[in-house]
Structure formats: C-alpha cells, structure tokens
Design a protein around this ligand. Structure first.
Ligand code: ISC
Length: 318
C-alpha cells in the first residue's frame, strides 16, 4: 500500500500482494546484491533546515497555538547525510531489523517513488485474522536512560496533553466511520526503540471488531493523524504547507503489508524514523509535536534523537 501526504486522496492497494510475495522473495534471494538497482526519486533534494531555522519554525508554531490558529501542530525537518561508499541498503535493512525488533522495518524501492528505508514503531491501523481493528495513539518521546524505565517515566503536562489530543482525534475518526463500539486501554508508557535511539511513548489502544474494510477506510480518513500533522487537521496542514519549507514526500505517510498474510489482513504503519536514498546521500526525516509549552531547543534535540534511529545504520556502514 502506498500513500503520499501530498496526494491524500490517493491510496494504492495491491489486491494481489500475497501472490507476489513468493516470486519477489525468490528474486531477491537469486539476484546478486551488485545487480540490484535502487530507484532514485527525480524530485529535487529537500531543503535541510539548520538549527536556527528549525527553532524559528517551532517558535512560529507555538505562536500559532497561542493565537488559537491551531491546537497542536507537528513540525518536521529533513537532514542530509553523505552515504559511505558501497553503502548496501539490504545490509542496512538487516542491521535495522536487528537493532529494532519491535519496529516495522521496511525497505521499499519503486520507480518514481525512490528507495525508502525505515524502522517505525507506530501502527496506524491493523486488521487481524479475527476481524479486529486496532489503532493506537502515540505522542511524545523521551530518551531512555539508565534510571528511566517505562514504570518510572514521568511525563510533563505538555506530553500528557499531546497524547490526549491524538487519542481524541482517533475517536473523532471512529465517529466519522460510524464505528461506535470500541474499547480503550492505557495510556501506558512503552519502549518505542532500542539502545541507539530509545524512547518512551504513551499509548492508548482503542480496538473495535469490524469488517476488514474499516482498516482501509480508517487509514484514508485518519492520515495524516494529529500525531504527524496536528489539530484541527485542515488548519495544521495549512500551517505546515505555509511554514515547514520542504516537501515531506513519503515521510509521515503510511505503509505496510495489506492482503499479504491473507486477504483482508492489514498492518499499516506511519512512515516515521525513515530515510530516502539518493545516489550519494540519504535524506533523513524527523518531527516533533508542538503544544503551547514547547521549548524550541528541546524540540530540535528531540529531532536529533529521532534521526539517530536510521542515522546509525549509515554511521555503522562508514
Ligand atoms: C513526527 C514524528 O513523531 C510523531 C509521532 C509520535 C511521537 C511524536 C513526538 O514524540 O512528538 C510525534 O508526534 C517523528 O518521529 O518524526
């Protein structure tokens, strides 16, 4: 499934994905690595914001919240990193899979789309074999340190508010789909990464029994969620289009296996902690949810921390 934030009405789903898997797996196993050609997007490289530019964007975001233009907005930035000679995307994929066993690690290379590598912890929507539909409200991240565990993590007002906004947004999407019966657990702190860029998140997990199509409809209605766009959605997106200053491309869109395990089973993830490969460099993406209490310097540091998730595989290959 492919979704591009710039074309929110277009969601491409392969009905035959399951039938393609054996042929693709055999092809990958048979092709020598040097013969695999990785697609590069024809789009120009995005502007990579400096610290001064990003903190200024955060200040503008906080001012927009103070002026009640938006309730919450999630600003983001791109960062460019030179690729080490002979960088092997398949080895980087293996490396990420080992480092982040709880994340959805993906390597996607499509003509016209380019090559994207990522390790996202965030489920957008899931439909399981028994027809259960699940989603989660993630927001806020803090570094995992020796003396902070999920049991002892303390969250500030800003983060509690941020997570509550995302949860409320999800419930409003349920209402839109006339999905009235669901149950909610949490929020509870979870580990959303492994040593390289560890983080804790708050998570609510509303679940509802539903026909499989709800997953698809929910994903199309909810994306971009308030965890990656903001609230209200239209005002937050207008703010980002005006001020963010670069094209997010597939970052903060969604991806995942649909109809692969069996028809109707889907697991869609928000495309976070990802990078796009270009011929000689990678573009990494990260963002942070702003509320009225956001501190620009802390938000910059949070993006730095998040960039390390995929940044480590480039550093490891150097
Ligand atoms: C925009 C990103 O994270 C969003 C999703 C979850 C937690 C977030 C946070 O910690 O601020 C953000 O809202 C990103 O990781 O690039």
């Amino acid at each position: 499934m492919l979704y591009d934030a710039a074309q929110p009405d277009v969601v491409a789903v392969s009905a035959l994905a399951r039938d393609l898997v054996p042929a693709l797996t055999a092809w990958l196993a048979a092709a020598p690595v040097e013969q695999l050609s990785w697609h590069h997007s024809a789009q120009p490289l995005p502007h990579a914001a400096t610290e001064a530019e990003y903190t200024a964007l955060v200040r503008t975001g906080v001012a927009a919240i103070e002026e009640k233009e938006v309730v919450k907005v999630v600003t983001s930035r791109a960062a460019r990193r030179a690729l080490p000679t002979g960088f092997d995307p398949l080895a980087a994929f293996d490396d990420l899979s080992q480092k982040y066993p709880q994340a959805f690690v993906s390597l996607v290379s499509v003509p016209g789309v380019g090559t994207w590598l990522g390790a996202t912890p965030e489920i957008l929507a899931e439909v399981t074999a028994d027809g259960t539909f699940r989603t989660m409200a993630l927001a806020a991240t803090q570094p995992l340190t020796a003396d902070v565990t999920p049991r002892t993590a303390i969250w500030r007002q800003k983060e509690i508010e941020e997570q509550a906004l995302v949860a409320r947004y999800i419930v409003s999407c349920f209402k839109q789909l006339r999905l009235r019966e669901y149950h909610e657990t949490g929020p509870r702190t979870v580990i959303a990464g492994q040593p390289a860029a560890p983080a804790h998140r708050l998570r609510g997990e509303p679940a509802a029994r539903a026909v499989p199509v709800v997953g698809h409809r929910y994903a199309a209605a909810a994306a971009p969620t308030s965890a990656v766009g903001g609230m209200p959605k239209v005002a937050a997106m207008a703010f980002l289009n005006k001020h963010e200053g670069y094209d997010r491309a597939y970052y903060s869109g969604f991806l995942g296996p649909v109809n692969v395990a069996a028809p109707g089973i889907a697991r869609l993830y928000v495309n976070l902690r990802c990078l796009q490969l270009h011929a000689h460099e990678a573009v990494l993406y990260a963002g942070t949810g702003l509320t009225v209490d956001s501190d620009p310097e802390r938000e910059w540091q949070e993006t730095e921390m998040k960039l390390q998730t995929v940044g480590t595989v480039i550093a490891a290959a150097s």
